[in-house]
Design a protein around this ligand. Structure first.
Ligand SMILES: *[C@@H]1O[C@H](CO)[C@@H](O)[C@H](O)[C@H]1NC(C)=O
Ligand SMILES: *[C@@H]1O[C@H](CO)[C@@H](O)[C@H](O)[C@H]1NC(C)=O
Ligand SMILES: *[C@@H]1O[C@H](CO)[C@@H](O)[C@H](O)[C@H]1NC(C)=O
Length: 816
């Protein structure tokens, strides 16, 4: 077609040489617009035109141009739209002929229609939508719709403009047909996170004057791509958790964010530690990042944990962070006490500061929770010394005494300084071993024992007891009798002591009248090495038995002789006739005498003083009373059973001797007795002298013998002749001793007669601790005072031998 048009134009130029004319007129000219003065251009006269009936011949084509013959011009007959007429063919011309008649001739006329910019570039759609992933690489191309401009030449579409041009640039490709393909090329990556929707305006412009343009909206939705990794808010998180925290305790929370959208922004948390035990201790909530404890912590095993946490989005992008968990110590460990070394037994002689036990303390807790203090109770003689960190020694603090405490339970308590504090304790049992540091101690500072006279030998008298506070052998006490002498006789002949039991036995029978008391020492000795001992004084007191009857000293019983007391008939009531004097060698109650009238010629005339033995008249003597009165007085001691003696007192009731004599003479047993009185007296004196000398000899020889015996160890049962002061020689020694120890004493109560009394076997005596001993002494005193009464005619202590002769009307008393 184009080719045809060109060919045709070529023809026009050729024809022009044969009367061809061309005009050019812009399109869209209004009707009647002048195209050209054809008459003039063809060189024809207007008349010719008129006459020739000139007309436009356009064949089948439309007539756009008409001929105004009168003016000889061509006018626009119809609006011409070049685009409609030629499309994009250029040049665009309308061809027609001017046909003349008369003569017939024709002329070809070409009217070129020139383009005017009457069409803007237009897009078919006024918007385009794209969905582009943000991950699209730079250089990606996107075809855009072309705009169309019906105009041609410069008036047609010239270029495109895309605004804004941040991400995309336009690229035009010339096509083979001369059109341009429009492409949008990604020049800078999209970022949904910044801008998820982009609106662009594509403007197409032509080259006309004025320029015209058409636009199209381009909407780009940016599709998310997983181009953002999760990011933790911190690189390192810190958390603390106390050691005793229960399972499920939240330690801390981590948080990561992902700029992506939707699934790309969905984060999952996980713990990535593999080598250690963190995964057994902690878990993380994969959605919210909460770190929780799931195991049992022990500060003493592990104090810090490093948890590696990964955050991962759905697209697989990750970030990681660290969670440092510090375990806070709790005072959950009590101190442990370890005994490094200990003695279970220590001597009581151990010096102060002797180490008994060494202790080591451990507390795995830290700081205050692991600081340990140890102590023991403070009323024991030990102290706990801290030698160095956590080492203690238990040492003795003062002297030990097994006797006051033989064993100690020492409780060592250790407590830490945590709140609340934990403590533990251990009890050490320490035995104190004995040292012989205590002498035996007698349970009394001195002993007094009583033994009733006439005891059997080997009678156990008494037991001394000593105790020793020490232990075992050191406390085994034996008793030893200390050597001493009693009245010149070794004490061992009086008593013996049982070494084991401390029982004191009498070795012999005692006679109170001979020995009233004696004392000796007993030593108690323990079995220690060296042994310790102590001693005690034992005093043995012999107790009296009523083994002697009273003896009447006055009036003297003369057997056949007649002794009488004179009572004048004028005597008043209460006249002291005489006084019966008696003694008892026993003592105390046993020597407390009482006098009673047993028989009397006339009971109404006399009475006997119960206590003092005074015989007094109790009524006026009358003439009717017989001259001769005979009274029997019984003297009793107060012993149990009591012993007694009787005495006959003759009383003559008369004013003078002559009056009495006949009466009494009759009473005389025989005359020769009186006659021989002098002879008897002489004989008695001789006998007494002889006895005295014999006694002297015997005493001296006994003394010598004893002196010799004492040189040799003796255990004698020989009869011992006691020593008597001379004045007592006839009143003492009437004691009765049991068979073996019996000795005989001859006693003279009369100048002419002597009788030997043999002792009887004493009754079995029992040891009596007589609580009334002082009472006995009082009674002895009171008795003495009776005897010491001023009106008492005789002093008991001083006479021993009295002879009353009834040969004359006088008394005589011989003092020796
Ligand atoms: C942990 O120990 C502290 C201090 O001893 C105490 O106050 C707390 O109650 C304990 N917690 C648990 C869970 O036992
Ligand atoms: C020491 O403890 C032991 C055993 O518990 C006990 O038999 C003993 O009597 C205690 N000793 C003292 C002195 O408390
Ligand atoms: C008996 O004991 C006393 C102290 O109680 C002491 O002085 C004396 O020497 C001791 N006698 C003997 C013989 O041991």
């Amino acid at each position: 077609m184009r080719r045809q048009v060109q060919l045709f134009i070529l023809l026009l130029v050729v024809c022009d040489a044969f009367g061809q004319v061309s005009y050019s007129v812009p399109e869209e000219m209004a009707k009647g617009t002048l195209v050209g003065n054809i008459a003039q251009d063809l060189g024809l006269d207007v008349k010719r035109l008129k006459l020739g009936n000139a007309r436009v011949y356009s064949g089948d084509s439309r007539e756009y141009v008409e001929l105004n013959a009168e003016r000889g011009v061509l006018l626009i007959r119809e609006r011409i739209d070049r685009e409609a007429l030629c499309g994009d063919t250029t040049p665009c011309a309308v061809h027609f002929q001017i046909v003349l008649e008369n003569p017939m001739e024709f002329y070809s006329v070409t009217v070129e229609i020139t383009d005017i910019n009457d069409n803007p570039p237009t897009f078919e759609k006024n918007e385009m939508k794209f969905v582009i992933s943000e991950s699209t690489v730079v250089g990606a191309k996107f075809d855009l719709e072309r705009a169309v401009d019906l105009d041609v030449g410069t008036n047609t579409l010239q270029s495109y403009v895309l605004k804004p041009s941040d991400n995309f640039i336009l690229k035009l490709h010339n096509q083979a047909d001369g059109t341009k393909n429009v492409e949008m090329v990604l020049q800078k990556p999209l970022d949904r996170e910044k801008n998820d929707f982009i609106a662009l305006v594509l403007t197409a412009v032509d080259g006309g004057e004025p320029q015209m343009s058409g636009t199209m909206q381009i909407f780009i939705s940016v599709l998310d791509a997983n181009d953002n990794a999760p990011v933790f808010t911190q690189q390192v998180y810190k958390g603390t958790v106390s050691e005793n925290a229960t399972k499920g305790t939240t330690v801390t929370s981590v948080r990561a964010s992902d700029a992506d959208h939707g699934l790309n922004g969905k984060i999952t948390y996980s713990i990535t530690n593999t080598l250690d035990d963190v995964r057994h201790m902690f878990e993380i909530n994969d959605e919210n990042g909460e770190v929780k404890l799931i195991g049992r912590l022990d500060y003493e095993k592990k104090r810090h944990f490093q948890i590696n946490v990964r955050a991962r989005d759905n697209g697989g992008l990750t970030d990681s962070c660290k969670v440092i968990v510090d375990v806070v110590d709790i005072n959950d460990n009590e101190p442990t006490i370890k005994i490094m070394s200990k003695s279970t037994i220590i001597s009581e002689s151990a010096k102060p500061n002797t180490v008994v036990t060494m202790i080591n303390i451990q507390d795995p807790d830290s700081d205050e929770n692991g600081k340990v203090q140890c102590f023991i109770s403070d009323n024991i003689p030990f102290v706990l010394k801290s030698t160095s960190n956590n080492f203690y020694t238990l040492v003795t603090d003062s002297d030990l005494d097994r006797e006051s405490a033989s064993e100690y339970n020492i409780t060592v308590t250790c407590s830490d300084e945590g709140v609340p504090s934990l403590s533990s304790s251990v009890t050490l049992t320490l035995q104190i071993s004995d040292v012989n540091d205590n002498a035996p101690v007698f349970d009394r500072s001195s002993y007094e024992a009583y033994i009733v006279e006439n005891n059997t030998p080997s009678l156990s008298v008494f037991t001394v007891k000593a105790t020793d506070a020490d232990w075992n052998q050191n406390a085994r006490v034996s008793y030893i009798l200390e050597d001493s002498s009693v009245n010149g006789v070794p004490v061992s002949s009086y008593v013996s002591v049982s070494a084991d039991s401390g029982v004191i036995h009498a070795v012999r029978s005692f006679d109170y009248e001979q020995i009233k008391d004696f004392h000796f020492r007993v030593r108690a000795q323990d079995g220690g090495s060296p042994p310790l001992s102590s001693n005690v004084t034992v005093k043995i007191m012999i107790q009296d038995q009523n083994d002697n009857p009273p003896q009447v000293l006055y009036p003297v019983q003369t057997g056949g002789s007649l002794v009488a007391e004179m009572v004048p008939r004028s005597a008043d009531v209460g006249y002291l006739v005489t006084k019966v004097v008696a003694v008892d060698v026993d003592s105390g109650q046993n020597a407390w005498l009482s006098y009673k009238l047993q028989k009397a010629t006339d009971r109404a005339l006399f009475e006997v003083g119960l206590q003092n033995g005074e015989i007094r008249t109790i009524r006026q003597v009358t003439d009717k009373d017989a001259v001769k009165q005979r009274l029997t007085v019984i003297v009793e001691d107060n012993g149990q059973p009591s012993r007694s003696a009787t005495v006959i007192v003759n009383v003559a009731v008369a004013d003078s001797f002559p009056e009495v004599l006949p009466e009494f003479t009759e009473l005389t047993h025989d005359k020769e007795y009186n006659d021989n009185l002098t002879f008897y007296l002489v004989l008695a004196l001789a006998v007494v002298s002889f006895l005295f000398i014999t006694c002297l000899v015997v005493i001296i020889s006994v003394k010598i013998y004893r002196w010799r015996q004492s040189r040799i160890l003796y255990h004698s049962s020989l009869p011992v002749i006691p020593y008597y002061p001379p004045r007592y020689s006839d009143t003492l020694g009437t004691g009765t001793l049991p068979h073996v120890y019996n000795y005989e004493v001859c006693r003279t109560t009369d100048s002419r007669k002597s009788d030997c009394k043999f002792g009887r076997a004493g009754s079995q005596n029992v040891l009596i601790m007589d609580p009334s001993s002082t009472g006995t002494i009082q009674r002895i005193q009171s008795e003495k005072s009776i005897l010491d009464e001023p009106d008492s005619p005789l002093e008991v202590g001083y006479f021993s031998f009295i002879t009353v002769a009834n040969a004359g009307p006088f008394y005589y008393i011989t003092w020796l």
